[in-house]
Design a protein around this ligand. Sequence first.
Ligand code: NAP
Length: 246
Amino acid sequence: MSEGRVALITGASRGIGRAIAVELGSKGCRVAINYQNSEAAAEETRRAIQASGGEAIVVRADVSDSGEVKKLFETVNKELGPVEILVNNAGITRDNILMRMTDEEWDVVLRTNLNSVYYCARAAIRSMLKARFGRIVAVSSVSGLVGNAGQVNYAAAKAGILGIVKSIAREAGSRGVTANVIAPGYVETDMTAALAEAAKTAILARIPAGRYGAPEDIAKAAVFLVSDDASYINGQVLAVDGGMTM
Ligand code: NAP
């Protein structure tokens, strides 16, 4: 399947990114774990991969910064080889209603959640085209598909990801490269932990599966999309949301 492939997962210190990294490690990928601030948590991700016999390195980089992304890829290239599987997962929220949203809240969310996908995909694509193999998966959100009150910035970034990914799918599809989007629904991580109980209950009522998502639900979809079995799936948006947005 993905045995021996070099996989870079951005924002893999915690939450969904960690689950994807661990799952890919268990499938035999050689994993680069990117993080920004949570070094100890990133090391924990590495230990989890090594415990199951996998290989992993940890690389700090702020993926909202073009220069840091360049260095991130140089490091991964040197230590593991060219990135064959790229999972753009790093993301943040700075929620606010539109009339109170600040330019800073807009900018940091667009830079972290959208520019990062562009920087990382651009850094990865050359070697993928050369190798005639590549897998790019970007983690969007149901907010990017249907919008969400209080998330004008986040929804814009997450919708923008679809445009990047579909364009890459068209540009690189004939050379063994696929690019797809996963749009998670509500997943229990640090990101959603801060939500008020009433808001969580209201969300749960809209999920046909009758439960919140777990990071592993997203990881299993990512593992499939980057596998050889998914070579004919390109430019797609897969909502992994328990049926919330169908
Ligand atoms: P999380 O638990 O808050 O983890 C976020 C991860 O992103 C952390 O590893 C963090 O690194 C990393 N990160 C943030 N900014 C970064 C930057 N500038 N450079 C590098 N890494 C950065 O979030 P999550 O819930 O797992 O979310 C993961 C992705 O899924 C995000 O794109 C999010 O938008 C998306 N998503 C989540 C949900 C949900 O319900 N949880 C739903 C839909 C979509 P540090 O630990 O070093 O800060």
